[in-house]
Design a protein around this ligand. Structure first.
Ligand SMILES: Cc1cc2nc3c(=O)[nH]c(=O)nc-3n(C[C@H](O)[C@H](O)[C@H](O)COP(=O)(O)OP(=O)(O)OC[C@H]3O[C@@H](n4cnc5c(N)ncnc54)[C@H](O)[C@@H]3O)c2cc1C
Length: 412
């Protein structure tokens, strides 16, 4: 099939960039640019500290994941010239485009918190949002037999906002299985006023923490970490002492985007929440974690956003009005330990409610309630990711727009 003579450049071959390139490559000239030779299934990082996966089981070569009809350039984008619709890679190559998609994700930046990268870093202070940190944390957890484990979110937003909670539930389960839970105090430290961003789920998770004798330390805006004294200090003067600290450092947008005039303070691209188009430069779109949107930064969200862009980019190139079809839909499994998980389904407007998924009244998965089926769903998702999601195939019965059918609406 002949391609339409328009050039779409995607910066970033992560979850969102690969999915979008694979959806558009048969129709348009598509170039994806990313220096990373390997792509990781990031949800697997959660399980690495507990020994379920090794990094190599979560990794595939980026070249094998991108449709051969797209050009993949293994370089970093160093500069974007919006006026002349071109970008430059770090080797100095200029590339012109008709449409630019920013899919540069988010990264953790431990250097943004005073004291975090001190002597304790990767000795008794760890970050599991990357394979190296997750692997090192595995060794530390094996050796941890007593004391206080503190799990801490430095600031919001973070990618996969449930991941630190899941880590907490899995740690409780891990210590119970080793028969040492009684010797360990677990504290969950968050800048939020509850266990999660949305009130209904927050109340549920708060209760689950309490049942497991995990202390919730809320409204905790970390000023600094004093590693010589093993403590985290809040701006309001409160302190939490730890023996082992598992932190999610501040999440920021890519350095490239932080140099531009289309981002917020943390470097996330400001776009229309429904169409994902930049208000400043209509030929620019953002997708995935790189976008500044009032929903979770998650792979499932990136998946639903890609459906909107796969419609809107062709519409833009044909001069048609864009559809504001992205509704903030987020769908995520939350591991609870003990071989169970619960499932959250929500969007910009709604809370995660109880009910069944994907079939109203039938399930087989339960929303907002722990079940074994949900846990198996979470584990199976790795295969769906590689074989359906990234190649851009439709996942049966999963719709980009959220439905309230089969959900029990609870007023918060
Ligand atoms: C521990 C953990 C657990 C998670 N669990 C879940 C889960 O259960 N469910 C879920 O839905 N999501 C989960 N996520 C989140 C999910 O993995 C991310 O939201 C998703 O991968 C985001 O995709 P992205 O394409 O926006 O960013 P990424 O996949 O991070 O890709 C961004 C890419 O941009 C590239 N890039 C950056 N700057 C440049 C530049 N200047 N030039 C070229 N390329 C550049 C990077 O190299 C990178 O490859 C989890 C994440 C973590 C860390």
């Amino acid at each position: 099939m002949a391609k339409i003579d328009k050039h779409i450049c995607i910066i970033g071959a992560g979850t969102a960039g690969i999915m979008l390139a694979n959806k558009l490559a048969n129709k348009f000239e598509v170039t994806v640019i990313d220096p990373a030779k390997d792509h990781y299934y990031q949800p697997g990082f959660l399980f690495m500290p507990f020994g379920r996966y090794k990094a190599e089981q979560l990794r595939k070569s980026t070249t094998k994941l991108v449709n051969k009809r797209a050009n993949l350039i293994a370089e970093k984008v160093a500069n974007i010239d919006f006026q002349n619709k071109k970008l430059a890679t770090d080797s100095g190559t200029d590339i012109s485009f008709d449409v630019l998609v920013v899919a540069t994700g988010t990264r953790t930046d431990p250097s943004m918190t005073e004291g975090l990268l001190g002597d304790g870093w990767q000795k008794n202070v760890f970050d599991f949002y990357n394979p190296d940190g997750a692997e090192k944390l595995h060794d530390a957890l094996k050796d941890f037999k007593q004391g206080t484990l503190a799990i801490q979110i430095m600031d919001m937003p973070i990618k996969c906002p449930v991941a630190p909670l899941e880590f907490t539930f899995l740690a409780d389960d891990y210590f119970k299985k080793r028969g040492i839970r009684e010797n360990i105090t677990i504290k969950y430290i968050t800048p939020l006023s509850g266990a999660f961003t949305k009130p209904v789920a927050s109340a549920k998770f708060g209760h689950m923490l309490e049942e497991r004798k995990i202390e919730l330390v809320s409204d905790f805006y970390t000023e600094k970490v004093v590693e010589t004294e093993n403590k985290v200090v809040c701006f309001d003067g409160r302190e939490v002492i730890y023996d082992l600290l598992v932190t999610v450092p501040v999440n920021v947008g890519s350095d490239l985007m932080r140099k531009t005039d289309i981002v917020n303070d943390l470097g996330f691209v400001e776009v229309n929440h429904g169409s994902l188009q930049s208000a400043k430069y209509p030929f620019v779109f953002a997708v995935g974690d790189a976008a500044d949107l009032p929903t979770s930064k998650a792979g499932s969200v990136a998946h639903f956003e890609v459906d909107t862009l796969a419609e809107n980019i062709p519409r833009f190139l044909e001069g048609k009005e864009l559809e504001e079809s992205f509704d903030g839909h987020s769908n995520c499994f939350v591991e609870m330990g003990g071989g169970k998980a619960l499932l959250l389904d929500f969007n910009y407007q709604t809370q995660p409610y109880e009910g069944t998924f994907p079939f109203p009244g039938v399930g087989p998965m339960k929303l907002l309630q722990p079940s074994r089926v949900n846990h198996w769903g979470k584990l199976a998702f790795r295969f769906i990711y590689w074989w359906m999601l990234l190649p851009g195939r439709k996942i049966p019965f999963i719709n980009a727009q959220m439905s309230l059918k089969g959900k029990k609406i609870i007023e918060s």
